[in-house]
Design a protein around this ligand. Sequence first.
Ligand code: SF4
Ligand code: SF4
Length: 438
Amino acid sequence: MSSSAKHLQSIDAGHYKNTAGSATEIMPIPDLVKISMSQHIGAPCKPLVSKGDTVKVGQLIGDTDAFVSAPIHSSVSGTVKAIETQRSAVGGEDTLVVIEPDKKQELCEDIKVPEVENLEGFVKAIRASGLVGLGGASFPTHIKFNPRNIDDVHTLIVNAAECEPFITSDHRLMLEDTQDLIDGMVLVMKYIGLDEGYIGIEENKPDAIALLDKMLAEQGHDNIHTFTLQARYPKGAERVLVYEITGKHMAAGVLPADLGVILSNVTSIAFVGKYFRTGIPLTSKRMTVDGDAVNQPKNIIAPIGTMISDVVEFCGGYKTPPKKILMGGPMMGRAIFSDQMPIVKNNNAILVFSKEKATIPEETACINCGRCHAACPFNLIPTALADAYEERDAEKLDELQVMQCMECGSCSYVCPARRPLGFLNKLGKGVVKEAGIK
Ligand code: SF4
Ligand code: SF4
């Protein structure tokens, strides 16, 4: 083995990027889709269609006047069979537009490539596209692209770290939709008025870095650069990435725009490039399907609204009975209670694990090894935070800066006593909020 191959093997250890070499497969249109009206942070959309209506791909089917929101479009052509409610992955109630596809995938007549001349037109087009933060946050992108201090922002940072284990969908996007990514960056930088752009990528994706470097040089984009990051979780965390690239500390409550930065996920930026090429709103999603309970782990593009059971079926079905299904990665993803839930805009992975892999060993006593403290990217003291939570001591939790915790789970992961430290911080935040501490 060459020394560079050995180096790559060593930096990939523990990252489980099993599907990095799997070209994305387009999933066939399923027999039914259920499109959620709550696919972003903010107010849910109201359905604009009724049972019996026929719809086309890209047709607006949900919207609201609320400021923090993004419209929702049909991912298929077909007939609306029902408007129903279902318990959502986060516990609340979700309204779903249920559509039976006709499998013709006819495009809506309203679709046209956006023509814009200035920031106002650009932001309007981005809202119309339905784009939200596709890295997991699902914050409506048109708001992020129009910060209050727009004259002070100067740098675009594209988050392409993809540091969560197992997930390789961003990696595949960089290899397969490279031009869309570059075009998206050029558009965002042009309309927001940004001087420089950086694509932060972990070193375990050397082929993506090489391809982007080559294409950026060939096309003369000398104000856009790749930035190689150490392959270490959680390099893709907003505050960590901004620090790595700009050297600026981003305290809790500070936005990237306050530091002159527009930060966006690589999938979101590539979507901008594609949208201004095709005019097709956000109706499908690339994701990694992996885990020891799936027969054929792969990267796929599926229509938004496809049921998770159909996604797993396309990947060869379950190898063993699933014990845990995650939407997202093993560190920050959300465990869901059923595979009868639909894909939403910000899904970047479906991971399915067997009982053997999913069972968390029993917690034992803390041995004061300090590993949790050393693992925290923000120098928090997870043991002290856990003690403060046990006491329900809101002031102490606040003093120990529980609100700075991004719930990355690094402390829990390294803990030999298997203490659920990151989760306790989530509960601790609730104690602080309940106490009304600002
Ligand atoms: S989950 Fe743990 S390691 Fe991550 S930020 Fe919070 S305290 Fe730090
Ligand atoms: S890593 Fe676990 S055992 Fe070690 S000090 Fe932290 S809580 Fe205690």
